[in-house]
Design a protein around this ligand. Sequence first.
Ligand SMILES: *[C@@H]1O[C@H](CO)[C@@H](O)[C@H](O)[C@H]1NC(C)=O
Ligand SMILES: *[C@@H]1O[C@H](CO)[C@@H](O)[C@H](O)[C@H]1NC(C)=O
Ligand SMILES: *[C@@H]1O[C@H](CO)[C@@H](O)[C@H](O)[C@H]1NC(C)=O
Ligand SMILES: *[C@@H]1O[C@H](CO)[C@@H](O)[C@H](O)[C@H]1NC(C)=O
Ligand SMILES: *[C@@H]1O[C@H](CO)[C@@H](O)[C@H](O)[C@H]1NC(C)=O
Length: 472
Amino acid sequence: MVWAFVFVLLGACCRAEGTNAGLKGRVTQKGLEYGQQFGLEAVKSLLKKEHVPDLNGSYNIPLIGDVGYSVSRIQIQELQLNESVVSFSEGTGVRLVISNAHIQLHGVWRVKVLFVPDSGSFDLSVSDLSLSTELGVSRDDSGRLQVWSSNCRSSIGRLDVKFHDGASWLYNLFTGALQAPLRYEVNRQLCPELGKGISDLERVLKTMQVSAQIDPFAAIDYSLVNKPVIAREHGDMDLKGEFYGVGKHRESPFSPAPFLLPDEGDHMLLLGLSEFSANSAAFVYFTAGALRKNFSDDMIPKRSPVRLNTGSMGLFFPELKQLYPDMPMELHLSARKQPLLTCRPDSLDLVLLGTAEAFVVLPNATLASAFLLDLDASLAGQLHLDSAKVGGSVALTDFSLSVVRSHVGSVQVKTLETLLKLALRMVALPMANKKLKKGFPLPSVYNLSLVNSHVKINQGFVLVATDVQYKA
Ligand SMILES: *[C@@H]1O[C@H](CO)[C@@H](O)[C@H](O)[C@H]1NC(C)=O
Ligand SMILES: *[C@@H]1O[C@H](CO)[C@@H](O)[C@H](O)[C@H]1NC(C)=O
Ligand SMILES: *[C@@H]1O[C@H](CO)[C@@H](O)[C@H](O)[C@H]1NC(C)=O
Ligand SMILES: *[C@@H]1O[C@H](CO)[C@@H](O)[C@H](O)[C@H]1NC(C)=O
Ligand SMILES: *[C@@H]1O[C@H](CO)[C@@H](O)[C@H](O)[C@H]1NC(C)=O
């Protein structure tokens, strides 16, 4: 009994849901419908350029015998796909249903009747064309998206052909007879042609990058970690979303926690950016030694009353002035541990643990270590997103300082802490906030820009709900 109970509990709590994702993306029905709009336009312009395969065949006309025909140089002149519907196909991918489509084709015909060849051009009008197909989506072993077509069915209601040139007595003889085989041939080719297009797409997907280098230090892995999950009203993709160091790959101490995108269908896309992704990035920059900066007096704002020299710093280190009268100083700031980001509902919490080592610059330019401080700061941040820019604001929630060692005697810790806190609140953060308020432009990918975007900080992740706009 007890074991059965334990197994039921285990089954309930730890169902194999696959690997946890660092980034999640969702396409809603609204997104799919927008995609269909410009997707069909793209298909139309592609098809108009595309070479339509030649058709050859023969058929038998009573009394005359076998007629061999070929049609070639077929071009699509018009394509109307007004009544097409795309929807999610639960568990598979996307279903496309086209009904009452109309295609106008132009091409060259050749026939051989009783060994007499004849040729000319023709206009072919296919109406009442219906096609339904499914585009299955999955994930391959390398984490790339995989697609295939399945359950393709097509039918043609009417096919009218008008011949030009050639001997009219000849083709008038068999116009009626040619309609049926042509209709059969055109219909027979539709699904295989569509399948070829999807195979081409699959080949492109196979060569797609699943990681991108961001700067000399970091790259991001955005391969799929799970098979896309297609529900009735949306399709979800789980991406790894982990940053790694360029050159040397060090396992980060973080692992993604599960999170769920909320149900909302008002936007085309939902993106979930986990704190795991941000922390894996911070880990990369920290281990690469990128989170350090040296300050000298000329980098301190001119209007600051406190300077980086022994005279000014002597306020907090009374013996400094006596040991090194009137000498410039340098401050080396670095992260002591990797910065840690936590997402709480409506706030981003950032903990920065740093050290600051101060040096006196001796007349022969050697640096003499003066003191070493540990600085711990907590910040709370907000994010905002408008059209193509991401911005935000930060506020200091906590700051403390401790002296690790001093070669210059006793330290006025409280005074120094109060002054640094003031400097952060009055100078550093307002400067940062001014930049953050202006925001940073988001890159436009495949000419898609974000419109009507909202950002919300949830437990463990930042949710971006947005529409997209395509501008060619
Ligand atoms: C159709 O026949 C023509 C000549 O009759 C030939 O050149 C062409 O390659 C054939 N095309 C196909 C697709 O069989
Ligand atoms: C389909 O759309 C075209 C314009 O894109 C329009 O001319 C045509 O009348 C429409 N056909 C139907 C059946 O709605
Ligand atoms: C800071 O200065 C030290 C000593 O001069 C040097 O080794 C280090 O590379 C400098 N760091 C940066 C980020 O410039
Ligand atoms: C620089 O001067 C200090 C003291 O004046 C001395 O201890 C140190 O050895 C000097 N360094 C160099 C490289 O000359
Ligand atoms: C994006 O738009 C530019 C013109 O503004 C066009 O040249 C380019 O081909 C488009 N790229 C894509 C991927 O659609």
